[in-house]
Write a protein that binds this ligand. Structure first.
Ligand code: ATP
Ligand code: MG
Length: 274
């Protein structure tokens, strides 16, 4: 379990971005991190990864507090990996294989093990064909997958992903979702920042919403049905949760299929009573 308690984070000369933010990522959890542009999602993910040192508050993994010294950070990063919002910021080697190898090499793993991890990861993401490509020539969607590959090759128990579906075509979003589902079924805990409330409702178990430097966390359907909370976070409710009450349906359908099932049940009920 990865937790942050009462984080205060700020940049020089500015008001705090986070002012007492707490969040819990349970083992095997799928948590969506939501909130307005500039509310502090990326800053929170950077704190959780150890990249940004908060002014106050604790980060802990399985109850052990993160120490920001060299050894503490090294140990933390072998378990917790952050995939950046802008993949281009994450890729710095000349070609894809080198880039994905970088982290595992740094762990001091034998070359054969590194090679196996890279091959397995590229295969899992369906991007073996990119292995020899120059990183600076990759398309945006390809960059996102390669950046994710670099994190997955570290075999982390926790993955923090900053807007992994943003800017992808619909097929790309479906592929990314399938990859996240695969990681989840392999036991990886996932915290995903996104602006896509429909996607968050369908995919996550819990939502963490950043408002005024703090985090409100709870079951995803409950959180995304809280109009006042959403308004304060500059979010609109997912379409299924807007449509269900207008059709007089009970429950909180999370997907098109769940919505269709509720409508079908209502139609059947109407036919029986008619
Ligand atoms: N390196 C920095 N120096 C100064 N201010 C920064 C820095 N990084 C972020 N900020 C500021 O901190 C605030 C939070 O930024 P952050 O990137 O965490 O927001 P976000 O929720 O991820 O936004 P978005 O949805 O647009 O990605 C913003 O006001 C931003 O301008
Ligand atoms: Mg961000």
């Amino acid at each position: 379990m990865l937790t942050a308690r009462d984080l205060v984070a700020r940049f020089p000369g500015r008001e705090p971005v986070l002012s007492g933010a707490s969040i819990t990522l349970p083992d095997g959890g799928r948590v969506a991190l939501l909130g307005a542009n500039g509310c502090g999602k990326t800053t929170l993910l950077r704190c959780l990864s150890g990249a940004h040192r908060p002014e106050r508050g604790d980060i802990a993994r399985d109850g052990v507090r993160l120490e920001h010294g060299r050894r503490g950070l090294r140990e933390h990063r072998s378990a917790v990996q952050l995939v950046l919002q802008d993949a281009a910021d994450q890729l710095f080697s000349a070609d894809v294989t080198q880039d994905v190898s970088f982290g595992p090499m740094n762990l001091g793993l034998p070359v054969a093990e590194v090679r196996a991890r890279v091959d397995d990861t590229l295969a899992m993401l369906g991007i073996e064909h990119l292995a020899e490509r120059a990183t600076h020539q990759l398309s945006y969607g390809e960059q996102k997958k390669v950046a994710l590959a670099g994190a997955i090759a570290m075999a982390p128990s926790v993955l923090l992903l900053d807007e992994p579906t943003a800017g992808l075509d619909p097929e790309g979003v479906a592929e990314m979702t399938a990859i996240l589902d695969r990681l989840h079924s392999d036991g990886t805990s996932l915290l995903v920042a996104t602006h896509d409330v429909d996607w968050a409702l369908a995919w996550a178990d819990a939502a963490a919403i950043v408002v005024d430097g703090m985090v409100r966390q709870g079951p995803v359907a409950e959180m995304l049905d809280d109009q006042a909370l959403l308004a304060s976070a500059r979010l609109t409710p997912p379409w299924t949760l807007r449509l269900a009450p207008r059709l007089g349906l009970r429950g909180r359908p999370r997907t098109l299929d769940e919505m269709a099932a509720l409508i079908q049940a209502r139609l059947t009920e109407n036919r029986t009573t008619a």
